[in-house]
Design a protein around this ligand. Structure first.
Ligand code: BG6
Length: 506
């Protein structure tokens, strides 16, 4: 018996190696492929985590020879890989199995099918295929149709499809897209990406909560005063206005990343760490989030748009002056809102969510603020420096967790000040965390959908966001601006101040 033949004796790295398979990337010559997918694949190759026989076939409209495609990818990987410099030997053996097929001409899908059959045949592969849709969403329908019509997903092996966000533009379009996917793929073959779920620190939310017994008893309305979830970026819209100006922060970040973070923080313990158990619990808590009634939208949500200002000392343009943004655009680049969860654990506990572009600092964090001690035995003067106990999960940057509590200042008499107990990822583990795309591609190749969003989750997320967008569109709420480099419009401060609370400054 060999070591690797016994999964129980295989090390964690070996046990994660997928079966021989082919990754077909639609939009293979595009931006996502260059910046994220190929660097992730190269890093997986470097860690020897790819299957022993692995093919990558990129496809897009353009006509490109294999050699040129590989050259372009080499440049992209050299620029965007998290590990540098590139190990040329690893790159060469990976690139030898990278090919390109144009699907821009009529008959392109037929050629793609023939190429896949030929290449897999030459290598004696079983026809396990992962189709990755890394194109603008408008191409998803035609691509899935092409895959179905040419039988590309009907092989002797497995076939799966990875779909990038945005997954629809609202509930109706998300349902429509799922229907189209289901004409060719069963739900268990569909892997919807929310790249936040691939981040190590996001997965660690579940580990913190469910691998430790000390936090869970406190994780309820009885002890938690409120929760703040922040996704702040210093970047502006960059070159993505064509997409972003139609999406805005509510569709771009709230509908997916923010609601997923909230679901992970608020869900009940799953019965196991597997795809359906975890997603069943997430969807349950998403269903328990109280939808914001149209009348409440003005009081419980704030949107804003960045005006000119300064980021890290540099003058930056306002959103309406950005390339490809309409000068009278009413797209929001900032959203704040208050949500409640109608269930036993969280009844009455507010969850404050906010996201913005052109904030003073890049920071994604979840702050769980606990209630004050029921009775203060120390004098008001002694406790003047005491802030509420807060557990902060820093998703990025400075990945880690800190717990704020009161400590006695070492002087005569009692004076209390808040201090932090800090766990810093980098210092504790001394290894670079894998990029989210490495984790997600590997999981999709292995058929593990735990970190991908299921149809019912995505649809529930739209059910929560659609009415808010509708109310904004109906003109019920202003679109204030905020200076780039500030923490958003003053209306957002008022939103939380009405409840006697303040936003944290990450
Ligand atoms: C993407 C959004 O999903 O997430 C972008 O489309 C945003 O607008 C990005 O900038 C943030 O991701 P990260 O990993 O940089 O926090």
């Amino acid at each position: 018996m060999t070591l690797t033949a016994n999964p129980l004796r295989a090390g964690p790295r070996l046990s994660r190696i997928p079966e021989p398979s082919t990754l077909v990337i639609f939009g293979g010559s595009g931006d996502l492929s260059a910046r994220k997918l190929m660097p992730a694949l190269y890093n997986l190759a470097l860690q020897r985590l790819l299957p022993p026989t692995f093919l990558v076939v990129g496809t897009a409209r353009a006509q490109l020879a294999d050699a040129l495609f590989r050259d372009e990818l080499h440049k992209a990987v050299s620029e965007f890989s998290r590990t540098k410099p590139i190990n040329e030997e690893v790159w060469r053996s990976f690139a030898d199995h990278v090919h390109y097929v144009s699907t821009g001409t009529s008959g392109g899908y037929g050629v793609l099918g023939d190429t896949l059959n030929r290449l897999e045949g030459e290598l004696g592969m079983p026809g396990n295929r992962l189709f990755y849709l890394a194109t603008p969403p408008s191409a998803y329908g035609p691509i899935v149709h092409g895959i179905g019509a040419h039988g590309l997903a009907r092989t002797n092996g497995w076939s799966r499809v990875v779909v990038e966000k945005p997954f629809g533009n609202d509930l109706a379009s998300a349902v429509d897209l799922s229907e189209k996917l289901h004409e060719v793929f069963r739900e268990d073959q569909v892997f919807r990406i929310d790249h936040y779920l691939g981040k190590e620190t996001v997965q660690n939310i579940l580990v913190l909560r469910f691998a430790n017994a000390i936090f869970e008893p406190l994780w309820t309305r009885q002890y938690v005063d409120h929760v703040q979830i922040t996704v702040a970026e210093t970047l502006g819209v960059e070159e993505r206005a064509g997409y972003y100006d139609h999406a805005g922060a509510s569709r771009d970040v709230v509908q997916n990343h923010l609601l997923q973070l909230m679901a992970l923080v608020a869900m009940e313990p799953p019965i196991a760490f597997d795809a359906n158990a975890v997603r069943d619990e997430k969807v349950k808590v998403l269903r328990a989030i109280r939808p914001i009634a149209t009348d409440d939208v003005p009081n419980t949500t704030v949107r804003g748009q960045y005006a000119p200002g300064f980021i890290e000392g540099m003058a930056v343009r306002g959103y309406r002056e950005e390339d490809d943004v309409a000068p009278n655009s009413t797209t929001e680049t900032y959203v704040a809102m208050r949500l409640f969860i109608d269930n036993w654990r969280w009844e009455g506990t507010p969850f404050y969510l906010r996201t913005g572009k052109r904030m003073p600092k890049r920071s994604t964090e979840i702050a769980i603020q606990f209630r004050s001690a029921p009775h203060q035995v120390f004098s008001r003067e002694s406790a003047a420096g005491l802030e509420p106990n807060t557990l902060v999960l820093r998703i990025q940057p400075d990945e880690g967790i800190s717990l704020k509590f009161g400590a006695k200042v070492p002087v005569q008499g009692i004076r209390i000040r808040s201090v932090n107990m800090d766990f810093v990822y980098g210092a504790s583990f001394m290894v670079d965390a894998p990029d989210a795309y490495e984790t997600l591609i590997l999981d999709a190749l292995r058929g593990d959908a735990t970190l991908f969003t299921r149809r019912d989750e995505v649809e529930q997320q739209w059910r929560l966001v659609d009415p808010i967008i509708d109310a904004w569109r109906a003109g019920q709420i202003d679109l204030p601006t905020y200076a780039s480099g500030s923490w958003g419009p003053t209306e957002a401060d008022l939103l939380i101040a009405r409840d006697g609370r303040t936003w944290r400054q990450p």
